[in-house]
Design a protein around this ligand. Structure first.
Ligand code: MSP
Length: 524
C-alpha cells in the first residue's frame, strides 16, 4: 500500500451552473483518484460548493428565491453534473451544512481566544467577483480587476481582522522546506514573492447591516464570516475536523491531511498560498501538502466565465461527444499550469487524431487480424524476433514515464507519451505488414509473432489509459480476453502479458470518428 492521498477541488461558488472550467478541476480530481488507486494508494476525493457570501445572496435575489432555496438548487445542479459526466467525488461538501457552520465558529472562537483576531476599521478596494479586497497593485492598467474586468468598490467598515503576519515566516519556512508544495514551480515563485513582504491583516467579517447570508461570528452576532475564511475550512471539515483543539479531534483523518493536494485555478492562488497556510498554522496544523495550480480555459482569448458570458457548457460537450473524448481532450490539451483554448475544431481534431486514428484504430486493426487469421486466440510468443522485442522494450518504458509525469503534474505530457507509444506501435504494424504475412502460409509463425507482440502492447496500454479513458480501457480489456479484471487495474498489471491460447472477446469500436457539429456554438 502506498501513502494515502487526499484530493480536493475548489469549493465552487453556486451563483451559476458549472462551466467547463469547473468541470476541468473535477475531472482532474477524478482522474488523479483513479490513478492513485491504480498505484495502490487509498484516496479520498472531495468536491463541494461554496454557498455563502454577497455574490450568492445577490444571485438568489435576482432569481427571486431565498438564499437557501437557491443554493440547494444550484448545489444539486453541480452534484448532478459531476454524476452525469461520470465524475465521482467521495464527498460533495457544502458550506451550508450545520456541521460546517459549527466547525467555522469553533475555529474562529479559538483564534479569537488566542489573540489572533482583533477589531478595527478599514478602507480598501474590493472586487465582488473575487469576494476579496485587492491591494493597490492588483488592478490592471485600466484600474479593473484583471479576472473580472470590474472596477473596485471602495469600502470602509469596522470589522474583525486576522493577524496573518504572525504566521508569515512560518509559512515561508514551510515552502522553503517543501519545494514541491506549489506546482507548477512558477506559482511557487509567485507565492514566495507575496510572502516576502509583510502581510496586512485579513478582514474576516462582514457586518450584518450589509450582508446576512453567512456564518454568524460566534463572538459578535452583528457580523458574519468572510466567505473565504468559511470556505477554506471545508478542506478540513471533509476529513472530519470539527474545530476543537487537535488533541480532542477524535475522527479527524490527520494522516490524509498530511497528504493533501488542493487542485486550484491560478486566480485563487493568493487565498490558497497565503491566507490558507496562515489559518492552518494558527490552528496548529501544517499547511496543505501541495497546491496544484491550473491556468484558465479560454474562449476567443478570454477566460471562460459566467460574468463575461463566454462559457462552454460541459454537459453539452458531453452530450455531443461523450465522456471519453471529453476527458481526453481536457487532460491532453491543457498544458498544466498555463491557459488553454477551447475550440470545437481543436476538440474534434484531437479526438480524431489520437483516439479514433490512434488507440481506437490500433486496437481494431490488430484485433481484427487476430480474429481473421489466428482463430481469435492469443498466439504463441515462441517465434518473436529482435524487431518485436525492440517494440516491446519501447512500450515497456511507458508506465514509468507516464507515472512520473503524473507525479509531477505534467498530465498533458503523460498523455502525449501515451499517444507517442500508440504511434510507435502503428509504425511497427506498418513496417511488419501483418496483412501481407497473412496471405502467405509460410509466414504463419511470423504473423503469430507480430500479432502476439501487438496484443502484449495493447494489454499494457489498456492499463495505462484507465484513469483517463476508463470506458475504452474496459472495452479493450475484454476484447483482449481479460474476463476477471478487478475494477481497478493495478499498475503492476502493465507487466502482465495475455496468456497463450486465451480466447479474445469481440472486436470493439472504441472511438468512432467525430464530426464537427454544424453550428456548435448554437448548441452551447
Ligand atoms: N469559491 C471559490 C473557491 C473556494 S475554495 C475554498 C471560487 N469559486 S469559483 O467557482 O469562482 O471557481 C472555482 C474554480 O474554478 C477556481 O479554481 C477557478 O480557477 C476555476 N475556474 C473558473 N473559471 C475557469 C476557467 N475559465 N478555466 C479554468 N478554471 C477556471 O473561486
Amino acid at each position: 500500500m502506498g501513502k494515502p492521498l487526499y484530493i480536493t477541488t475548489p469549493l465552487y461558488y453556486v451563483n451559476a451552473k458549472p462551466h467547463l472550467g469547473h468541470a476541468y478541476t473535477t475531472l482532474l480530481g477524478d482522474t488523479l483518484k483513479s490513478f492513485a488507486l491504480q498505484q495502490g494508494r487509498e484516496c479520498f476525493f472531495l468536491a463541494g460548493t461554496d454557498e455563502h457570501g454577497e455574490k450568492i445572496a445577490q444571485s438568489a435575489e435576482k432569481a427571486g428565491k431565498s438564499p437557501m432555496e437557491f443554493v440547494d438548487e444550484v448545489a444539486a445542479l453541480f452534484e448532478g453534473t459531476w454524476k452525469l459526466l461520470g465524475l465521482n467525488p467521495d464527498i460533495s461538501y457544502r458550506t451550508t451544512r450545520p456541521s460546517h457552520i459549527k466547525l467555522v465558529q469553533e475555529a474562529l472562537q479559538r483564534l479569537k481566544d488566542q489573540g489572533d483576531i482583533r477589531f478595527s476599521s478599514y478602507t480598501g478596494k474590493y472586487c465582488l467577483g473575487c469576494e476579496r479586497f485587492r491591494t493597490d497593485q492588483e488592478w490592471d492598467e485600466k484600474g479593473l480587476c484583471p479576472d473580472h474586468q470590474r472596477p473596485p468598490e471602495i469600502r470602509e467598515e469596522s470589522n474583525y481582522f486576522f493577524n496573518m503576519e504572525k504566521y508569515r515566516q512560518k509559512t515561508l519556512e514551510y515552502y522553503r522546506g517543501h519545494s514541491d508544495a506549489i506546482v507548477p514551480h512558477h506559482y511557487m515563485k509567485e507565492a514566495l514573492a507575496m510572502l516576502e513582504e509583510p502581510l496586512e491583516d485579513l478582514c474576516i467579517s462582514r457586518p450584518t447591516s450589509r450582508i446576512t447570508w453567512g456564518i454568524p461570528l460566534p463572538f459578535d452576532r452583528n457580523y458574519v464570516t468572510y466567505v473565504w475564511f468559511d470556505a477554506l475550512l471545508s478542506y478540513l471539515g471533509g476529513l472530519g475536523y470539527t474545530g476543537r483543539p487537535l488533541a480532542e479531534e477524535k475522527s479527524f483523518r490527520h494522516d490524509l491531511w498530511g497528504q493533501s493536494q488542493h487542485l486550484i485555478g491560478k486566480d485563487i492562488l493568493k487565498t490558497h498560498a497565503v491566507y490558507w497556510p496562515t489559518m492552518l498554522l494558527a490552528l496548529g496544523l501544517e499547511p496543505a501538502r501541495q497546491l496544484q495550480v491550473n491556468g484558465f480555459w479560454l474562449t476567443a482569448g478570454l477566460k471562460m466565465s459566467k460574468s463575461l458570458g463566454n462559457v462552454v457548457d460541459p454537459v453539452k460537450v458531453y452530450e455531443i461527444f461523450g465522456a471519453e473524448a471529453f476527458r481526453y481532450f481536457l487532460m491532453r490539451d491543457m498544458s498544466y499550469g498555463v491557459d488553454a483554448s477551447f475550440t470545437w475544431e481543436s476538440f474534434v481534431s484531437r479526438a480524431n487524431s489520437e483516439l479514433a486514428n490512434g488507440i481506437g484504430n490500433l486496437a481494431s486493426r490488430t484485433l481484427t487480424l487476430v480474429h481473421k487469421n489466428l482463430e481469435a486466440r492469443v498466439p504463441s510468443a515462441a517465434h518473436r524476433n529482435d524487431e518485436d522485442r525492440a517494440l516491446l522494450a519501447k512500450v515497456d518504458g511507458l508506465p514509468s514515464k507516464f507515472a512520473e509525469e503524473f507525479a509531477n503534474a505534467r498530465y498533458h505530457v503523460a498523455l502525449a507519451s501515451f499517444a507517442e507509444t500508440v504511434a510507435t506501435c502503428d509504425r511497427y504494424i506498418n513496417d511488419t505488414k501483418p496483412w501481407s504475412l497473412a496471405k502467405d502460409p509460410a509466414q504463419k509463425d511470423r504473423l503469430a509473432a507480430v500479432l502476439g507482440t501487438m496484443l502484449d502492447a495493447l494489454s499494457l496500454l489498456s492499463v495505462v489509459m484507465q484513469s483517463v479513458l476508463p470506458e475504452g480501457s474496459r472495452k479493450l480489456r475484454s476484447a483482449l480476453g481479460f474476463t476477471n479484471d478487478p475494477e481497478v487495474l493495478a499498475w503492476e498489471l502493465t507487466g502482465l502479458r495475455p496468456k497463450e491460447g486465451t480466447p479474445l472477446g469481440e472486436v470493439p469500436r472504441l472511438y468512432p470518428r467525430l464530426e464537427l457539429p454544424k453550428d456548435p456554438d448554437a448548441t452551447v
